[in-house]
Design a protein around this ligand. Structure first.
Ligand code: FAD
Ligand code: EGU
Length: 469
């Protein structure tokens, strides 16, 4: 089929560059405008987190354009979390079976790889150092401003804003249409630190996502290919601001992360916390994601979330699959594809934004390492007990492509069942006590109890099945 429609993508970040590959594969003429210079020509790139957790959804999206292998080859598998107690004790908690692991990938490396892959297509053109400044939603035109303030005007059949959490296209759309918009800054900010290798080896066990849960504060570390770890410290801005002097800083670290201090190095900790200011975290929801048949926002531009589920990029990559599938379904008729995309994706994006926020609230309320461990172990225990029925929420989110809103619905059902199981157990326990008090022979009780127990188990098992499947 002849396909000469013009598509303009705003933003050559993670989602923009992957989306360009998807659209070029279809034969569209794709032009990508990026505000910053080409990161491949830069020494230092300022911006957000250095590394990210890539899981099933992101990998599936990369696979469909033949990039999964390369990305996975450039990443480091994380098969379990490693929980660091205050007293320095460490506890691994696996994500699941052998094949259930997530990957730590370098943001810049991934972005460069995506740009290189996109550039291989003859029908993709990049324009760097040009930012979107104006749109004419009626005529289907957009204006981009270059470094010398000169303006380039683009006409296209489809404009897609993949321009991040502070999306310019979204802002312009808000003035042109009845676009609902909601944003929330959380009280926490983050600072990144680096753990250097010791004796040319990883300073901590590799293949783990290291976590230091400390109620209001939390630190997380992901491994890099160069054997360093990127450590991200999350805490309220108030606390960052309260650490004024070098002594405050070191005292704080020694009190909360004693085992990490020698790994990070006192000098590095002091220097980083004094010279860099904490970055903010924002959650964004909006609706709809499109105007008419030629304006659309995707990725963080449509649904920025707090990072406490490791899903922002994964969700943005999955957006590309969803759009691609709808392009097939509606035979490239944008007037049908765009509304269908909004309806389908909004439900799921809202679900994952909420999950991430909920996890943030839960984490800061009372998650010291003991409680954190208990919760994760409980989840694993239930899964071992009911392997066909109990699937932990993080498993559905990170290791399947179950629609996010279905993950939430299914979790709610599972929670109800567990509640019922609790009631049943209490009832049985009470019954047991009554029998004992009445003084029946102990032998008889023992066989009755084991009997009842296996009955109870199969009852719960079948009930679970009925409810869930
Ligand atoms: P961005 O990566 O922000 O790219 C947007 C691009 O658009 C940029 O290149 C920008 O320069 C450009 N742009 C902006 N405005 C304009 C304009 N007007 N004109 C032209 N170009 C413009 N996600 C995960 O899946 N796993 C994780 O482990 C994870 N950890 C995270 C940890 C932290 C601390 C943070 C903050 C986020 C984390 N995320 C994670 C989320 C992830 O970073 C984002 O979801 C992802 O980067 C979104 O990609 P994007 O392409 O939509 O936006
Ligand atoms: C936060 C910041 C552990 C990278 C949520 C788990 C994250 C990541 C978890 C960051 C946690 C929290 C999950 C993954 C992942 C866990 C997950 C969080 C990567 C529920 C670079 N989270 N993150 N949950 O289960 O599903 O391991 O900055 F500490 S990966 Cl907060 Cl799976």
């Amino acid at each position: 089929m002849e396909n000469t429609k013009n598509v303009v993508i705003v933003g050559a970040g993670l989602v923009g560059s992957l989306n360009a590959c998807y659209l070029a594969k279809r034969g569209f003429n794709v032009k990508v405008y990026e505000r910053r210079p080409d990161i491949r020509t830069q020494q230092h790139v300022k911006g957000r987190s250095i590394n990210l957790a890539l899981s099933c959804r992101g990998r599936e999206a990369l696979k469909m354009v033949g990039l999964e292998e390369t990305v996975v080859h450039n990443g480091i598998p994380m098969r379990a979390r490693m929980i660091h107690d205050l007293d320095g004790k460490r506890h691994p908690i696996p994500y699941g079976e052998k094949d259930q692991y997530i990957m730590s990938v370098d943001r810049r490396n991934l972005n460069e790889l995506l740009l290189n892959a996109a550039e291989k297509h003859d029908n993709i053109e990049f324009v760097f150092e040009h930012k979107l400044v104006r749109c004419n939603f009626e005529s289907g035109q957009a204006e981009f401003e270059g470094p010398d303030k000169s303006i380039k005007t683009e006409t296209a059949d489809l404009f897609i804003g993949c321009d991040g959490a502070f999306s310019s296209l979204r802002n312009l759309m808000m003035r042109a249409t009845r676009l609902n918009y909601q944003q929330e800054y959380i009280p926490h900010g983050y600072i990144e630190l680096t753990i250097q290798p010791t004796n040319n080896e990883f300073a901590m066990e590799v293949n783990y996502l290291h976590i230091w849960p400390r109620n209001e504060y939390m630190m997380i570390a992901l491994p890099n290919q160069d054997k360093t770890y990127t450590t991200t410290l999350f805490m309220p801005f108030k606390v960052f601001e309260s650490l004024q002097t070098e002594d405050d800083i070191i005292e704080f670290f020694k009190e909360n992360y004693p085992d990490a201090v020698p790994l990070l190095g006192e000098g590095h900790i002091k220097q980083t916390l004094i010279t860099t200011k904490a970055q903010s975290l924002i959650s964004v929801k909006c609706y709809p994601y499109h105007i008419g048949s030629n304006w659309l926002i995707m990725g963080d531009a449509a649904h920025a979330m707090v990072p406490f589920y490791g899903q922002g990029m994964n969700a943005g990559f999955e957006d590309c699959i969803v759009l691609d599938e709808l392009m097939n379904k509606y035979d490239l008729d944008f007037s049908q594809v765009l509304p269908a995309y909004t309806e389908k994706r909004h439900t799921d994006a809202t679900a994952i934004c909420d999950l991430a926020m909920y996890n943030y609230i839960e984490m800061r309320s009372a998650v010291n390492s003991k409680l954190f461990l208990l919760r994760k172990k409980m989840d694993n225990f239930l899964q071992k007990l009911f392997p066909n029925s109990w699937i932990p929420l993080y498993t559905m989110v990170s290791f399947t492509r179950t629609r996010y809103h279905e993950c939430v619905a299914r979790r709610a059902k599972q929670d109800k069942i567990i509640q019922y199981c609790g009631y049943i157990f209490l009832l049985l326990a009470t019954g047991g006590v009554v029998v004992m008090v009445k003084g029946v022979g102990t032998d008889h009780i023992l066989t009755t109890v084991t009997d009842r127990f296996s009955q109870l188990y199969s009852y719960i098992e079948t009930t679970l099945h009925k409810f869930i499947l």
